[in-house]
Each structure stands twice: as structure tokens, then as C-alpha cells.
Design a protein around this ligand. Structure first.
Ligand code: ADP
Ligand code: MG
Length: 237
């Protein structure tokens, strides 16, 4: 066993914010349901990655988070698994709109998140759809009509569908901005702000980013409330 501070030092985790809970140094410590633990075991992961270990307990407290960690550090499950857990308490009728919304910059990245959500959520009967441009809207609209717990979307396509009034975001209580730095680089800021206006202010907001430049800090300050920040390694600004 290792103290929280020693674990953080060992894994180059730095945190800012009040009363930050200790990291989960093992999967068992998370209290995730057995279906999810089974999926993790089947994936063959040895232990939570540092960003998972430190961001999971914060997310499970219902708090807003900024997580800064480089590509390949396991951020996707960092936000998905606490979302799955909280879904059990927060889930609304999927037909009235998703409970979890993940914004992602590109079709490819959105699809990767969707694949991970399907894989890890299947045994918990969590439904998920992915909305992105450059593909027909028909199947995406049909998924929305059937009802889903989670929507993973690129900002452009989600805005189109919002303008058609074919999705409602008023049940969303867990909003994730993934690859926030890239979304801003790609010029999605106005679309993100438009989407967030449709999400209730009583929500949990999580921002995952590989870098922490001024523009990302600004949008975090506008959209998150008292976030805890978790950095892994040296943070590029
Ligand atoms: P990021 O979003 O930070 O770039 P990903 O979430 O895409 O990283 O994860 C990168 C890879 O690591 C994926 O293949 C994922 O399945 C795998 N992975 C996630 N969590 C763990 C873990 N705890 N241990 C080992 N591999 C993991
Ligand atoms: Mg990622």
C-alpha cells in the first residue's frame, strides 16, 4: 500500500482544488459494478492509468474536472466509466434525450469513443450513438428516435441535428468536452457554446485536453464550476 501523495509523486500527478479525494490505485477500489470490472479484466488492463486513478474519484463525487494528460493516457475510460456509474442514478427515459453527452473534434475520435462505450457498456445495457458529419443523417436520427443513454458527437453535426429539433439535451447531466484543445484549434468554439446553451446548467462538466493553453483555460472558466484540475506530467501551455 502506498500513500496518496507517494502515488501522485510516482505517477507525476498534480492536483489543484479543494478536498481532492485520494487516487484509486486499483480497479477494485473504484466500487464500479461487477459487469464493468469484468470488462476491464477481459481487456487485460493491469491497473488504472494515472489519469483514471485520480480523475475517477473526483468524477464520482459529481464534481467538475479539468484533466490534462497527453494522448494515449487512457482519458476515454477516464470519463466514460464514472459516467456509466452515475447513469444508474441519473438515467432518464432515453426517449426524452441522452443523459451523457460527449463532444469530440473528429469523426474518427468520436467513433473510437463510441467503440469503447459500446464495449464497456454492453453488459450494463447502456446504449450509445455517435453523430458525425460526412455521413447520412438518417441512421443517426433513427438511433436518437429509439432513444440512447449516451450521445458522442462532433459539434458541427450535433448543431445541425439540434437545429432540426431532432434531439433534446435537457436531460443531459454529464457533459464531456474531449480533446478540448483540438476542438478549439478546429474553430468549434461557437458551436460548443451553442450546444452548451441547450444543456441544463445543473450538470457535471468534464474537460479532457492534451494541452492547457489560454483559449482552453478561458472556455473552462466559462463552462465549468469550481473544477478540480488533474495534470499528468508536464503540462504544455
Ligand atoms: P487518450 O484519450 O488519453 O489519448 P485512450 O483513452 O484512447 O487515450 O487510451 C489509449 C489506449 O489505452 C486505448 O487502447 C485504451 O483501451 C487503453 N487503456 C485505457 N485504460 C487503460 C489501462 N488502465 N491500462 C492499460 N491500457 C489502457
Ligand atoms: Mg482521447
Amino acid at each position: 500500500d502506498i500513500s496518496p501523495d507517494a502515488y501522485r509523486r510516482q505517477h507525476e500527478i498534480s492536483v489543484t482544488g479543494g478536498d481532492v479525494p485520494p487516487p484509486f490505485t486499483s480497479f477494485e477500489a473504484t466500487g464500479f459494478p461487477s459487469e464493468i470490472l469484468r470488462e476491464i479484466h477481459q481487456a487485460g488492463f493491469p491497473a488504472p492509468s494515472p489519469i483514471q486513478a485520480q480523475s475517477w474519484p473526483i468524477a464520482l463525487q459529481g464534481r467538475d474536472i479539468v484533466a490534462v494528460a497527453k494522448t494515449g493516457s487512457g482519458k476515454t475510460l477516464g470519463f466514460l466509466l464514472p459516467g456509466f456509474f452515475l447513469l444508474k442514478q441519473r438515467r432518464s427515459n432515453p426517449q426524452s434525450g441522452p443523459t451523457i453527452l460527449v463532444l469530440s473534434p473528429t469523426r474518427e475520435l468520436a467513433t473510437q469513443i463510441q467503440d469503447e462505450a459500446v464495449k464497456f457498456g454492453r453488459s450494463s445495457k447502456i446504449s450509445c450513438t455517435c453523430l458525425y458529419g460526412g455521413a447520412p443523417k438518417g441512421p443517426q436520427l433513427r438511433d436518437l428516435d429509439r432513444g440512447v443513454d449516451i450521445v458522442v458527437a462532433t459539434p458541427g453535426r450535433l448543431n445541425d441535428i439540434l437545429e432540426m429539433r431532432r434531439v433534446r439535451l435537457d436531460q443531459v447531466s454529464y457533459l464531456v468536452l474531449d480533446e478540448a484543445d483540438r476542438m478549439l484549434d478546429m474553430g468549434f468554439e461557437p458551436q460548443i457554446r451553442k450546444i452548451v446553451k441547450e444543456v441544463p446548467t445543473r450538470r457535471q462538466t468534464l474537460m479532457y485536453t492534451a494541452t492547457w493553453p489560454k483559449e482552453v483555460r478561458k472556455i473552462a472558466a466559462d463552462l465549468l464550476v469550481n473544477p478540480v484540475q488533474v495534470n499528468i506530467g508536464n503540462v504544455d501551455e
